[in-house]
Design a protein around this ligand. Structure first.
Ligand code: NAP
Length: 301
């Protein structure tokens, strides 16, 4: 079994697969954990009543899988062939062959689409508060978005920065209620409702934003040193296009069994079409995929 992606879904599939006696190789392109590793505190993964740092949890998941014999390798899969009985996954240096594959490549932050965004990435524009927040200690930053990521980022940054603007295109957050109280109580978070960022002001790096109010069309300039973009995620499924049907947003349709339309290929975690994307639901997918992968292999032999 080859597992493509080392987030919570991938490492759980690897753990369950290896513990069931399969020969498991997990391929990860960057570092263990995926999005989990860039999360400051996970408070809603059962068993950690005090919360746990995302990277620490990711390392525990990796160690848990390796304890049962799963191997992991840092390697980026650049092409794959999933339809045949033997599936092939190519990296720059090697080709891996597998009888069953678990697709666990996750999702990446969506770009806002404002002019200059790409050029200012790393020069004031960031997609990861826990990775880059420390560069803005004592400074003023803005977060754009209204979901759980934006809420968590704004709270995290409020503890480091002098001031945080939370800019959202509607008049209410989509984020879970559990974030609302802490955001209001932080004392240094200012909400900018019904507003879109329309331009980035900069010299060598970001100096401010132009923000347009939806109802009046009024524009205001917000001076800030950093902009954290948290406007959702897009699934990492481009590699599978043409081999697997994707939905209109790029997710892989697979039901609760995590089976895809291709025999022996399973889709787990944030790239699967499903209603709730959390660490716990990603981990659950991984367990289910390993169960059905094992069943698939035992029927073949
Ligand atoms: P999300 O829930 O899809 O929220 C994206 C936010 O960005 C929405 O508020 C959306 O506005 C806004 N948005 C989208 N496109 C925009 C644009 N072009 N301009 C301005 N705003 C835009 O994404 P997410 O917050 O990244 O969360 C992704 C998944 O991870 C979710 O399932 C979430 O529950 C999970 N997650 C969970 C936790 C947690 O449980 N603690 C923490 C982080 C992430 P509208 O509201 O108007 O649509």
């Amino acid at each position: 079994m080859v597992v493509l992606g080392g987030g919570p879904a991938g490492y759980t599939a690897a753990l369950y697969g290896a513990r069931a006696g399969l020969s498991v190789l997990l391929l990860e392109k960057l570092s263990p954990g995926g999005q989990l590793a860039t999360t400051d505190v996970i408070e809603n993964y059962p068993g950690f009543s005090e919360g746990i740092n995302g990277f620490e949890l990711a390392m525990k998941m990796k160690q848990g899988a390796e304890k049962f014999g799963a191997k992991s390798k840092l390697a980026e899969v650049i092409s794959c062939s999933l339809a045949g009985e033997i599936k092939e996954l190519q990296t720059k240096k090697e080709t891996f062959l597998a009888k069953t594959v678990v697709l666990a490549a996750g999702a990446v932050p969506r770009e806002l689409g404002v002019p200059g965004e790409k050029e200012l990435r790393g020069k004031g524009v960031s997609y990861c508060a826990t990775c880059d927040g420390m560069f803005y200690r004592g400074k003023t930053v803005a977060v754009v978005g209204g979901g759980n990521t934006a809420a968590a980022d704004a709270l995290y940054l409020s503890r480091l920065c002098e001031k945080v603007y939370l800019i959202h295109r509607r008049d209410a957050l989509r984020a879970s209620k559990s974030y609302h109280g802490p955001l209001e109580q932080a004392g240094n978070i200012e909400f900018v409702w019904n507003s879109q960022v329309t331009a980035l002001k900069h010299e060598a790096s970001l100096t401010g934003l132009i923000v347009s109010e939806k109802n009046t069309g009024n524009e205001q300039e917000i001076s800030c040193d950093g902009l954290f973009i948290a406007v959702g995620h897009v699934p990492e499924t481009a590699l599978f296009q043409g081999q697997l049907a994707l939905d209109e947003a790029g997710y892989i349709p697979a039901d609760e069994t995590t089976r895809t339309e291709l025999p022996g290929v399973f889709a787990v975690g944030d790239l699967r079409k499903k209603p709730l994307r959390q660490v716990v639901t990603a981990a659950a997918d991984g367990a289910v995929a390993a169960y059905f992968a094992e069943e698939f292999l035992s029927k073949k032999s």
